[in-house]
Design a protein around this ligand. Structure first.
Ligand code: NOJ
Ligand code: CA
Length: 690
């Protein structure tokens, strides 16, 4: 294939104009002109440089891919053809979400590269630059030299942040997957980080690196090349190959969010906008809502998942939870441990799970009927312990059963050390995979599609990270993918006071999290054991927050499925505070991060979808502080009654966590409001329009 034909192939594929230019640099800017990306082939390397307000903020960094059996796209590259940049400005509607209407406004540049040695092949890198950052991805064009299987051995994408930037990250390729206490330090000491990873450069500019639309590819983490300079490293499959594919194909988008302040990171929709629109059609059956569940009782060792005398998933307790849900307006009751397979060492016996057979003290069909008669639904549960082979073998039957009895939401779980997901190859040989490998990326989408066929929605724990696929598959509602509340029952150490004010600017940028907030008994392990052989966890394992902060989590941590995680009896002790959890919605018309600093505090306001109420949540780290917010988000001219749930003046997460005040006052748009937050405290406010 000659060059002309290659260019023709390229233009047929993506409207690239031919024209040979050496050492070319071409640019595209954001609609507001603040962010500019310059792409170059200087020295035969494909590179991109990012500027903000005319200052270079990410110096030239490499682009490229390496293959096992073909030459890759690493050197002697030339820009060969560019098309005119285009602008898109559209608004689309989410079926559920943190805002109903999403504006997708960007300028796009497509750059064709060909290597000027080796057989003919072409790569296009597409850049989309938004006011709040950018995304780019590789597209491989189908040429003869790229026929057949392509095995990607490395992605060469680099990110130059600078050694002096502050960083907030969790380590990648460690046994506990994404469930680590966030590390805070200079970018110079970040070695291998999961994304989203957030940086603050010395100028105060905030940058968060992640990816969007992770489909049929493996997950990326950031490996340090030199201090403050990173390379995308892809999770390998069990055969050592990072990605198996064929041309034509597109990689996920590599995303760089850029904001002058921390709150700006939260107010970006880049990740969703870089995903494809809904592929499921009518999704009115996907229902956001709040739920309770037979769950925390197991984590604080009051009940067990297995059937050994204090089995949590029994008919009587489940009815009690259903009654509680119905009485207080919750839509769902999660039941874990109802199916055979939990006895003994369930962590290591994933092959024993049977997803259609219940323990004798649990009648799925009857309980589901009972729940539905009260306007509530059982939420199903599939713990796999990482044995994906066992799950996939039963998946169709398992979802059929739930569909038959009226279960419309399923929490899945992949408890296994990172790299220990079990599968079998075509010869029946056992293989081990990473949770963020191409294998698991494919598995999750397979599960989501199979569930969608039965109008079932998914909430995955120990998942692959979120990359915005809820836009394309709105039944993939929420997931875990960070340290959630469970660590406060048994994690040593539990989540520290700054946890939420880091999560909000890191993990939460990727999408909703099933954190499971709302613990009201803040010292659960100090309760006496229910049986001698069921000693509670260490007393130091407890939520390191005030009670008011537990309420604020419902606004700060977005999830369309939001749990009231504590036991009904613990809520019954504090019904006045519980009222906020009853009132707060799980679906929003609009959301605005008001202010904060990574690792210190965050204040977010959200408007109820289909209503006029606004809600505000503010949380702080161990430092007590007054947070003053301007109520610009309220409707101008209207008066609102603000119901404020805040820390008492003497509250402190460690010594006095239950001290809170509930008070009410009238406020209008544009006024300011000061919220006094105790050490690891919070405030939750409902604004009712008069
Ligand atoms: C870990 C999950 O995060 C938790 O929510 C669940 O209860 C257990 N696995 C058991 O499936
Ligand atoms: Ca977990």
């Amino acid at each position: 294939m000659n060059l002309r034909a290659l260019c023709l192939a390229a233009s047929a594929y993506g409207a690239l104009a031919s024209g040979i230019v050496h050492a070319e640099t071409i640019e595209v800017s954001s609609p507001d002109g603040q962010i500019t990306v310059a792409v170059s082939d200087d020295g035969g390397h494909a590179t991109y440089t990012v500027s903000y307000n005319g200052e270079e903020v990410m110096p030239a960094a490499r682009l490229g891919l390496l293959f096992a059996d073909h030459h890759g796209f690493e050197e002697e590259l030339e820009i060969r053809g560019t098309a005119d940049n285009t602008t898109t400005d559209e608004t689309w509607e989410q079926p559920w979400g943190e805002r109903r209407l999403v504006r997708n406004h960007y300028n796009e540049m497509r750059v064709g590269f060909i290597p000027n040695k080796g057989p003919a092949r072409a790569m296009v890198v597409t850049f989309r630059v938004f006011d709040s950052g950018l995304g780019f991805r590789y597209e491989l064009l189908p040429t003869e030299a790229l026929g057949g299987d392509i095995r990607i051995t490395d992605e060469l994408t680099q990110f130059n942040i600078g050694a002096d930037a502050d960083a907030w990250w969790t380590p990648s390729r460690q046994f506990n997957r994404y469930e680590y206490i966030y590390r805070t330090g200079k970018a110079a000491v970040v070695d291998d980080a999961h994304t989203p990873v957030t940086f603050r450069q010395p100028s105060g500019l905030h940058i968060s690196i992640h990816e969007a639309a992770l489909v049929d590819y493996s997950g990326m983490s950031l490996l340090a090349l030199r201090p403050g300079s990173f390379e995308a490293t892809l999770r390998p499959g069990s055969d050592g190959i990072k990605v198996h594919t064929t041309a034509p194909f597109k990689t996920p988008w590599r995303t760089i969010q850029i904001a002058p302040d921390a709150a700006g990171l939260i107010n970006s929709d880049i990740i969703l906008n870089l995903n494809e629109p809904n592929k499921l059609g009518d999704v009115s059956w996907v229902e956001p809502g709040k739920y309770v569940g037979i769950w925390w009782a197991m984590h604080i060792r009051e009940r067990t998942w297995g059937n050994d005398g204090v089995h949590g998933a029994n008919n009587e307790d489940t009815k009690r939870y259903i009654d509680f849900a119905a009485e207080h307006g919750f839509k769902g009751v999660l039941v874990e441990g109802w199916n055979i397979g939990w006895d003994g060492d369930w962590f290591n016996n994933g092959e024993l799970f049977n997803f259609t057979e219940a323990y004798p003290d649990f009648d799925l069909e009857e309980l589901s009927k009972y729940a539905m008669s009260k306007g509530v639904r059982i939420i199903g549960h599939h713990e796999t312990s990482g044995n994906v082979a066992n799950y996939e073998a039963q998946m169709g039957d398992a979802y059929d059963l739930y569909e038959k009895v009226g279960v419309t939401q399923v929490k899945t779980g992949y408890v296994a050390d990172a790299g220990d997901i079990v599968s079998y190859d075509e010869d029946g040989v056992k293989q081990y995979e990473w949770h963020d490998s191409q294998f698991m990326v494919d598995h999750h989408l397979h599960a989501v599609r199979e569930a969608a066929k039965r109008k079932i929605s998914i909430n995955a724990h120990e998942p692959v990270k979120d990359t915005g696929l809820r836009r394309t598959y709105p039944n993939w509602m929420t997931r875990e993918g960070a340290r959630g509340m469970e660590f406060n029952a048994w994690g040593t150490p539990p989540n520290p006071p700054e946890h939420i004010s880091i999560l909000a600017y890191t993990r939460m940028l990727s999408g909703p999290m099933d954190f499971t907030p709302g613990i009201f008994n803040l010292r659960p392990n100090e309760k006496p054991p229910v049986r001698e052989d069921m000693q509670r966890g260490d007393a130091s394992n407890r939520p390191q927050t005030t009670l008011a902060k537990q309420l604020a989590l419902y606004v700060v941590l977005y999830s369309p499925l939001q749990m009231a995680a504590d036991l009904p009896e613990h809520y019954e002790e504090r019904m006045e505070a519980f009222q906020f959890i009853k009132d707060v919605p799980a679906d929003w018309e609009e959301s605005v991060a008001l202010e904060g600093e990574v690792g210190e505090y965050v204040a977010i306001a959200r408007q109820e979808r289909g209503g006029t109420d606004w809600f505000l949540g503010a949380v702080t780290d161990a430092t007590a502080r007054n947070v003053t917010v301007t109520l610009d988000f309220l409707e101008p001219g209207a008066t609102y009654t603000a119901q404020v749930y805040r820390d008492g003046d003497d509250a402190h997460w460690d010594t006095n966590p239950y001290s809170y005040v509930i008070e009410s006052r009238d406020l209008t748009a544009g006024e300011t409001m000061t919220l006094p937050l105790a050490s690891s405290g919070g405030a939750a406010v409902r604004f009712i329009k008069q």
